[in-house]
Write a protein that binds this ligand. Structure first.
Ligand code: ATP
Ligand code: MG
Length: 270
């Protein structure tokens, strides 16, 4: 009997290990994580612990050294068009206009011209960039460029969105605006997303779960449920005592990793 795709978790990471330089650099080791449909998982962890590498392995851009990643029940072995990535540095083509940047992944898939036009229009509206269709990336602020990155990802109607610190390169105020917009977006329509961030607040506001990673060789130290009901209002959530409890807890977990690192450095220089 065949099993419908919907019965599988969107992603299952099983015993995943990734090493570089002939095994000299171990990023994550024996990592297990399940990402259920319509859930947002935020990942925080020390710099260099392997968050980006993990996202690249989920997407099929990089290969695991050990273990396996299943996407809707099938082993990931190459980049899958049902997953869309949004990068910290926007990753836009500087020589293409806003609308051509958004259209690009659809053109690659040979979607017909009318569907492309309608997807581009719809998603430009969604991210609030009407009037900038023919602008080039250099003519836009960082926040606007990331809106283009987001629209490009949304236009493909991906099963899974992979976001690698998408708001890290914009100023603090724009970041809050973008967080609020993304929160609305994920509340208007169910989405499945892995969202990497160094901001604990961002992780708690957006996530159904927050995975806290340890330092290298890394693993998931704790997978926390963020129980705030939806739709969430960013301001309200930030004012809740539980928000602060989670914040302090995650901060302590991350600091415990920093201490190990410092302790190891001290040990090394003895
Ligand atoms: N292609 C590569 N070749 C060799 N080493 C690599 C490669 N890609 C990543 N690494 C190493 O793997 C480790 C994890 O890198 P990664 O970029 O995944 O970390 P990260 O958690 O995303 O860090 P940050 O928070 O700073 O973005 C680092 O030590 C990095 O130097
Ligand atoms: Mg990274």
């Amino acid at each position: 009997m065949s099993i419908a795709q919907g019965e599988y978790p969107v992603v299952e990471i099983r015993g995943a290990t990734k090493t570089f330089n002939d095994g000299q650099v171990i990023t994550f080791q024996d990592l297990n994580l399940t990402i259920e449909k319509n859930k947002i998982i935020c990942i925080v962890g020390p710099s260099g612990c392997g968050k980006t590498t993990l996202l690249r392995c989920i997407n099929g851009l990089a290969k695991l050294s050990k273990g396996e990643i299943l996407f809707q029940g099938c082993k990931v072995s190459e980049p899958d068009p049902r997953m869309a990535m949004v990068f910290q540095q926007f990753g836009l083509f500087p020589w293409k206009t806003v609308k051509d940047n958004i259209a690009y992944p659809l053109k690659l898939r040979q979607v017909n011209r009318y569907e492309i036009e309608s997807a581009v229009k719809k998603n430009i509206e969604t991210v609030g960039l009407c009037g900038f269709e023919d602008s080039y990336p250099y003519q836009l602020s960082g926040g606007m460029q990331q809106r283009v990155g987001l629209a490009r990802a949304l236009a493909t109607e991906p099963t899974l969105m992979l976001m690698d610190e998408p708001f890290a390169a914009v100023d603090a105020q724009t970041r809050e605006v973008l967080q609020g917009e993304l929160l609305n977006l994920i509340q208007q329509k169910e989405r499945t997303m892995v969202f990497i961030t160094h901001s604990i607040d961002e992780a708690i506001i957006l996530g159904d779960k927050v995975a806290v990673m340890s330092k290298r060789p890394s693993n998931i130290l704790e997978l926390l449920d963020v129980e705030f009901e939806k739709p969430r209002d960013m301001k309200v959530v930030k004012g809740l005592p539980r928000f602060n409890e989670l914040r302090v807890h995650i901060w302590d977990l991350l600091m415990s990793q920093k201490n190990i690192e410092e302790a190891q450095e001290i040990e090394h220089t003895k």
